[in-house]
Design a protein around this ligand. Structure first.
Ligand code: C5P
Length: 209
């Protein structure tokens, strides 16, 4: 196709989202946060009062998810993230969502997809792959600060445990576990500003364009 694909993977709160949006804006590319496709499927099941452990039911719901209009604000609830990571272990759900994600990745002139398995499974031929990480402590602290910044209350230890549990589930599942593609550029943002991460990403992309 005529689409230039940028694959961005890594765990939650590593800075993937902000980085992906900035890259898409910089190059005038389409952007898909693939976590939202898992979240939207999970929310639709919850809203319909359907079980989260029936693969056939979950696959059917996954096939009905509309990629246009996915909204992180509506889907950001902790409970939805938990449910998303549960249905994300189901191969039939992943197949359905990966098909939709691949269709999206063909959009000209280019597409930025961020998630856990973009460089390894969804778009293995992407000319640019980034794996964005940060230590679990730093990621938990970012989550904590975000909640406090919005005037909420939060328990750091609980968030930290949650980050580690989610990582564990994402890295240990049999189907498409979260891991860096062999040809991915690693970007550890633990001690990096978002601006520095963006500049590093930009130099990798410009070298491949
Ligand atoms: O990134 P986000 O936290 O929104 O993703 C929610 C859950 O969806 C993740 O914990 C992960 O289990 C799953 N996911 C996935 N593959 C992707 C994107 C998200 O398995 N490409």
């Amino acid at each position: 196709t005529d689409s230039f694909i940028i694959a961005i993977d890594g765990p939650a709160a590593a800075g993937k989202g902000t980085l992906s949006r900035r890259i898409a804006e910089q190059y005038g590319f389409h952007h898909l946060d693939t976590g939202l496709t898992y979240r939207a499927t999970a929310k639709a099941l919850i809203d319909a009062g359907l079980p989260l452990d029936d693969e056939t039911v979950a696959e059917k719901m996954a096939r009905e998810v509309e990629l246009a209009g996915l909204d992180r604000d509506i889907l950001s609830k902790h409970e939805i993230g938990e449910a998303a990571s549960k249905i994300a272990v189901m191969p039939a759900v992943r197949r359905a969502l990966v098909e939709a994600q691949r269709r999206f990745s063909g959009k000209a002139p280019g597409a930025v997809l961020d998630g856990r398995d973009i460089g390894t499974v969804v778009c293995p031929n992407a000319p640019v792959k980034l794996y964005v990480t940060a230590s679990p402590e730093v990621r938990a602290k970012r989550r904590y600060d975000e909640i406090i910044g919005k005037g909420g209350s939060a328990d750091f230890e609980a968030i930290f445990e949650d980050v580690k549990r989610r990582d564990d589930r994402d890295m240990k599942r049999a189907d498409s576990p979260m891991k860096p593609a062999v040809d991915a550029h690693l970007l550890d943002t633990s001690e990096m500003s978002i601006e520095a991460a963006f500049q590093a990403a930009k130099s990798f992309i410009d070298a491949a364009l």
